[in-house]
Design a protein around this ligand. Structure first.
Ligand code: TMP
Ligand code: MG
Length: 206
């Protein structure tokens, strides 16, 4: 049986990741695939509730503690993610460990320290980085509601994403239209689905 593909969307806040992730799941489903959306942070778990309280500014936590909670929120999902992939279901994942490192390092934590808790996680098969100028993303609805939605921080986050970028990432111009972006993502996802079908799951982030 062919395994599912792990498709990741990364980027700063308000770059359209969630919209594109949902559209990609719907499209793959229409094309006859089994595909599900997975969002990090997953705010529905116990750890996710703590993260949500922090992001909504209801609760303060020190930078290291929240960093480890974000990572734990991925580790608590890893068996479920692997089971979906093994059973042939594609995962469209909205943020992952690259967000984890980029946001914490942007606050001043050491980059190498930030990478450690996620060492050994499942590796994405395809990563899109939705990129646009921070000035432009700030004009989008809702910007500024949550803790990290500030221009200076987002600018540092973007630089860190670019530093973390792996050679095989697909950098997507997030200022293009929703449909243009969607077509690009669909095409690349279909190619990846074909190439990974007979491959073992990839552990060993980074
Ligand atoms: P969201 O807007 O995609 O729900 O993510 C909430 C915020 O959490 C966003 O500003 C990015 C940040 N974040 C981290 O700081 N570390 C992480 O590991 C993840 C997944 C998100
Ligand atoms: Mg957000």
């Amino acid at each position: 049986m062919s395994r599912g593909a792990f498709i990741l969307l990364e980027g700063c806040d308000r770059t359209g990741k969630s919209t594109q992730a949902q559209m990609l799941v719907d499209r793959l489903t229409q094309l006859g695939h089994r595909a599900i959306l997975w969002k990090f942070p997953d705010r529905t778990t116990g750890i996710g509730h703590m993260i949500n309280g922090y992001l909504a500014k209801h609760q303060d936590l020190n930078d290291q503690a929240i960093h480890l909670l974000f990572s734990a929120n991925r580790w608590e999902a890893v068996e479920q993610l692997a089971n979906h992939l093994r059973s042939g279901t594609h995962l469209v994942v909205d943020r992952y460990a690259y967000s984890g490192v980029a946001f914490s390092a942007a606050k001043g934590l050491d980059l190498e320290w930030c990478k450690q808790p996620d060492v050994g996680l499942l590796k994405p098969d395809l990563t899109f980085f939705l990129d646009m100028p921070i000035q432009a993303s700030m004009q989008r609805g809702g910007f500024g509601e949550e803790r990290y939605e500030k221009e200076e921080l987002q600018t540092r986050v973007r630089d860190l994403f670019l530093k973390l970028r792996e050679p095989d990432w697909k950098v997507v111009d997030a200022t293009e239209t929703i449909d243009q972006i969607h077509e690009k993502l669909t095409k690349a996802a279909q190619e990846t689905i074909q190439t990974v079908a007979s491959r073992e799951l990839q552990y060993g982030l980074w």
